[in-house]
Design a protein around this ligand. Structure first.
Ligand code: TYD
Ligand code: MG
Length: 461
């Protein structure tokens, strides 16, 4: 008996699976994004196996201790920041989705990586978005070594698979998934059905032939094409590349990573002359401007991003409000957290801020959810409220409890060391983070409560 096709209803925005059609996706609340998707029973099984990371049909039960992990050394992308978010380079046979808005630098970054890797490894760039001469022009503009890189312009995934086999490529970039189509699947390229089928076929080939792939996927705000979340579960790694606050900097984060942490942040700078994406080796330097005089309302925070600390200036502006409900605005930190910090300040530092307008900004367009920003945010607000500048060589970190206590945060010693390296000489930190012995010249002020931290600042500002 022929196997019946399974019908799914999938949101083309967020990829959520629904048992029946509805006008609004219950997961992401988007309207008119749910589409019907027919999957044959055999394909459905293959898809779920693929989602679990299996390539073949061979399944047997064995003791975990008897299984020897395959020795598959990663290869570097020659870009330290890209390697960092990947978890230390690319694992052979892995499928990496690289998502981002148009102009974020997906094609630039992948072309760079391909050209740099292609002298050691057979590489193939498949583009459906640009012509061969456009790709060549970009490579020349970026001053890349193009001798060993194979390039093809193709949209049919089956033809791409034969090209991979023909060229014996071990590292392939597909630009982009939304432009690909599978001849056996109905629907236009970019639709949910095509996207899933193409992704599955490519992933299967990657696993079976040990080919590493970066598959570029667009994100669009208007939802005109299905997004990367529809196929996220099939790939091993999903990276997002974003422009940092309309600047020349780009941040890469992993939304999913089977081979590394998802908390790493990679920073790239686009060179103004030719658009080359260069790894930012000292990120603190781009978020700090220490050339100007110290101003009231500014404090440097030591954030923790993945496996390193980042020094970022926090600015606060506190002004008298003439409204019954004064405005409080947080940019870069959570709004609710700011409201909580104001409540803690009013209650435990006896500062009458309830009738003040408040604006807090993490300079440089960065966003952070690290609770260690609590203490520097509060100190910046106190500095603005009292109109007294905190000296520029001071840094702070620590989480605030509702009872006004300053709580320890992870990696205290590394944060202090990094700040000392950047030329900071005074640090206010939670008592629980006080290092036993510190080999730097940093003057560390351990504090247990918010009022102790404010006292330290008052003594020096
Ligand atoms: P690209 O890799 O094409 O973006 P994506 O593939 O993600 O859509 O990168 C486009 C960026 O390159 C864009 O931000 C502008 C920059 N750029 C230059 O800096 N110089 C140039 O000559 C060109 C054509 C683009
Ligand atoms: Mg592109």
């Amino acid at each position: 008996m022929a196997k019946k096709a399974t019908v799914h209803y999938i949101c083309s925005d967020c990829g959520a699976n629904h048992s029946k059609w509805a006008g609004q996706c219950l997961d992401c609340k988007a309207w008119n994004t749910i589409v019907e998707f027919k999957e044959s029973a055999s394909r459905a099984g293959a898809a779920s196996a693929m989602a679990r990371g299996y390539a073949g049909s061979k399944e047997s039960v064995s003791k975990l201790s008897a299984i020897k992990p395959e020795d598959s050394p990663r290869f570097s992308t020659n870009n330290v920041e890209f390697d960092r978010v990947l978890g230390g380079g690319i694992v052979p046979g892995s499928v990496i989705l690289l998502a981002g808005t148009p102009g974020a630098g997906k094609s630039t970054l992948t072309t760079q990586v391909l050209c740099e890797v292609s002298s050691n490894l057979n590489c193939l760039l498949v583009s459906a978005e640009e012509s061969a001469s456009q790709i060549s022009r970009r490579a020349i503009r970026l001053k890349l070594q193009t001798d060993d890189l194979n390039v093809a312009i193709e949209t049919d995934v089956l033809a791409i698979l034969s090209m991979i086999t023909e060229t014996n490529a071990k590292f392939v970039v597909i630009d982009s998934l939304q432009a690909m189509y599978h001849p056996d699947v109905q629907g236009a390229p970019g639709g949910v059905g095509q996207l899933r089928e193409c992704m599955q076929v490519l992933t299967q080939h990657a696993k079976q032939n040990d080919v590493a792939m970066i598959i570029i996927c667009h994100t669009t705000k208007d939802g005109s094409v299905a997004g990367p979340r529809v196929v996220e579960h099939i790939g091993d790694v999903m990276l997002m590349i974003e422009v940092v606050a309309a600047s020349r900097f780009r941040e890469i984060r992993a939304a999913k990573n089977r081979f590394g942490s998802t908390s790493e942040l990679g920073l790239l700078a686009m060179m103004p002359d030719n658009g080359y994406l260069k790894a930012v080796t000292n990120p603190s330097a781009i978020f700090l401007d220490r050339s100007r005089d110290a101003k009231p309302g500014s404090m440097v925070a030591s954030l923790w991003e993945g496996s390193r600390s980042l020094l970022v200036e926090i600015q606060a502006l506190v002004i008298d409000s003439h409204q019954g409900n004064p405005r409080r605005l947080a940019v870069g930190i959570d709004q609710n957290r700011l409201n909580m910090l104001v409540a803690v300040l009013v209650r435990h530092a006896d500062l009458a801020m309830y009738d003040q307008e408040l604006y807090v900004n993490l300079v440089g367009g960065l966003r952070s959810t690290d609770p260690s920003t609590d203490l520097p945010v509060v100190l910046a607000m106190v500095s603005s409220f009292r109109d007294r500048a905190i000296p520029q060589n001071w840094v702070a970190f620590g989480e605030l409890g509702l009872s006004g206590d300053v709580r320890a945060v992870p990696s205290g010693l590394e944060r202090i060391k990094q700040a000392a390296q950047q030329g900071f000489s005074h640090c206010i930190c939670p008592k629980g983070n006080l290092p036993k012995n510190i080999s730097t010249d940093m003057k560390v002020y351990p504090v247990e409560t918010l009022s102790q931290a404010i006292d330290r600042i008052n003594e020096h500002s």
